[in-house]
Design a protein around this ligand. Structure first.
Ligand SMILES: [Zn+2]
Length: 477
């Protein structure tokens, strides 16, 4: 039998521990975890940036947040966020995002990029090793604008020489070794890249067991057929064994998205690790000076200049193309848009672009709340748990094999990072529009990044920078 004094000693320890058991407690929220399927009212205890308890019994912390009537979800993970600055991060955080990664175009050099954001990021950040910038590094040229660096650069249209190709691959490899989250290639912006060059990128990715994230080649360079560029990257993935992630399936495949997804699923069924994503808008956006608009044949009125909101004419198109800047490209169907958002194996990613003054594409501020409010709640296009899975667990799973820290994200589970988005399912909605994109989403009540509030009571918290670098940990096979 246990001596009485020991029982007293234990109860004392418990009582002391009970009063300060957790730094922060989220009470009475509807906790949703796409991996375990948990969807129930629970209390969540947080210590040192980690979820240390999820329980139905009452707990207390030094600080207590009442989440009655609110959903407590893993923080959203955006695999496609070009906006890698404090202002972009604030719009992302207000949309429920706790990790915003630039995987399509990537960054180069990676070490420099990660160092530049240390201690200055409201949300977690990271990037792929950038094909385009690593390639431009081989040419004698002025530096670009830091995003599609050199997007107006003639060298993007040049073939690499036999000497340049291995030098480019070595540059991209260096980025992988510095923590790059795979290889990022906007093939569409590099019309000079041969099929052999792209194949070499896949071979490199395969040798490190990382994916290639890609904006597929422009249709007009492949006979005007949107499916041919998709087939190029599917074939490269199958031939090399590299994993593949096709970005913005909506804008790249347009009305061919249904058959394109059939191709992608067929290749996956044959054992190739291939995934994709979509953003919930019928208009795209890009830099007007980029190769995307070379010999532009489309309707000028479908283009909207972000700096003023005006629709373009041939004259203003030419003027702005010489000047450079962001343009919105209207014209895709809402039917296909909704269909893609509802597909189980299509992740949600924003393709958000930096704000220029008050202008941007609304997806930079509203993507996640728009899927939750407009498509899941209002249109009933997909279940809430399914919507959450596409913005939390699935993107984490895409990276976790070579980025172990991602195993601790995208989950509401004990031991996971306390990256948590608490939202009101009845009111969550995007507010950003094509004309006024600089509007934060509504219904995103609290957002925690490693336990630190970056959104509190529907308001952004300034002067907190809990975001950490997300780095791969690679070994060559
Ligand atoms: Zn793109």
């Amino acid at each position: 039998m246990r001596p009485a004094w020991l029982a007293i000693a234990i109860s004392c320890v418990c009582a002391v521990a009970h009063t300060a058991a957790y730094d922060l407690v989220i009470l009475n929220g509807r906790v949703m975890d796409p991996e375990s399927g948990l969807d129930a009212v629970r209390n969540v205890g947080i210590n040192d940036g980690l979820i240390s308890k999820i329980t139905a019994t009452q707990i207390r912390g030094e600080r207590n947040l009442d989440a009655r009537g609110l959903v407590v979800a893993p923080g959203f993970i955006d695999l496609h966020a070009h906006g890698q600055d404090v202002r972009s991060n604030r719009f992302q955080a207000a949309d429920g995002v706790t990790t915003a990664l630039e995987l399509e175009i990537g960054r180069y050099p990676i070490a420099e990029f990660l160092a530049s954001r240390e201690g200055q990021a409201p949300v977690h950040y990271g990037a792929t090793s950038a094909h385009i910038a690593a390639r431009l590094d081989l040419f004698d040229r002025e530096d670009g604008d830091g995003f599609f660096s050199g997007s107006r650069d003639a060298s993007n249209s040049q073939r690499l020489t036999d000497e340049q190709l291995p030098a480019m691959i070595a540059n991209v490899e260096q980025g992988l070794l510095e923590g790059g989250l795979g290889v990022g290639t906007g093939i569409t912006y590099v019309p000079g890249a041969s099929h052999a060059e792209i194949f070499e990128l896949f071979r490199l990715a395969a040798s490190y067991k990382v994916p290639v994230f890609t904006h597929i080649r422009q249709a007009r360079y492949m006979g005007g057929d949107r499916l041919a560029p998709l087939q190029e990257v599917l074939a490269d993935a199958a031939a090399t064994g590299a994993a593949l992630h096709v970005v913005h399936f909506n804008s790249s495949l347009d009305e061919d998205a249904r058959i394109g997804l059939e191709m992608l699923r067929g290749v996956r069924a044959a054992g190739v690790d291939v995934t994709t994503e979509s953003y919930p808008y019928t208009a795209g956006s890009s830099r007007i000076e980029s190769a995307l608009f070379e010999n532009y044949q489309g309707d000028y009125a479908q283009l909207q200049w972000t700096a003023t909101g005006e629709r373009l004419t041939e004259a203003s198109f030419n003027q702005y193309r010489a000047q450079g800047g962001w343009v919105i490209i209207h014209g895709r169907s809402e039917d296909t848009n909704t269909w893609l958002i509802a597909q189980e194996d299509v992740m949600v990613a924003s393709d958000g672009v930096p704000f220029v003054g008050e202008f941007s594409h609304p997806r930079s501020a509203g993507t996640f709340a728009r899927v939750l409010g407009r498509y899941s709640r209002d249109k009933r296009a997909l279940e809430l748990m399914s919507a959450l899975k596409k913005m939390t667990l699935d993107p984490a799973a895409r990276l976790q094999a070579f980025t172990p820290v991602m195993r601790l994200k995208g989950r509401m589970q004990e031991g996971a990072h306390a990256d948590i988005t608490i939202f009101d399912p009845a009111t969550v909605l995007d507010r950003a529009t094509y004309v006024q994109p600089a509007q934060t989403s509504r219904g995103i009540v609290h957002v925690l990044v490693k336990g630190i509030a970056v959104v509190k009571d529907n308001e952004l918290v300034e002067d907190v920078f809990p975001g950490e670098a997300i780095r791969s940990e690679l070994s060559r096979i």
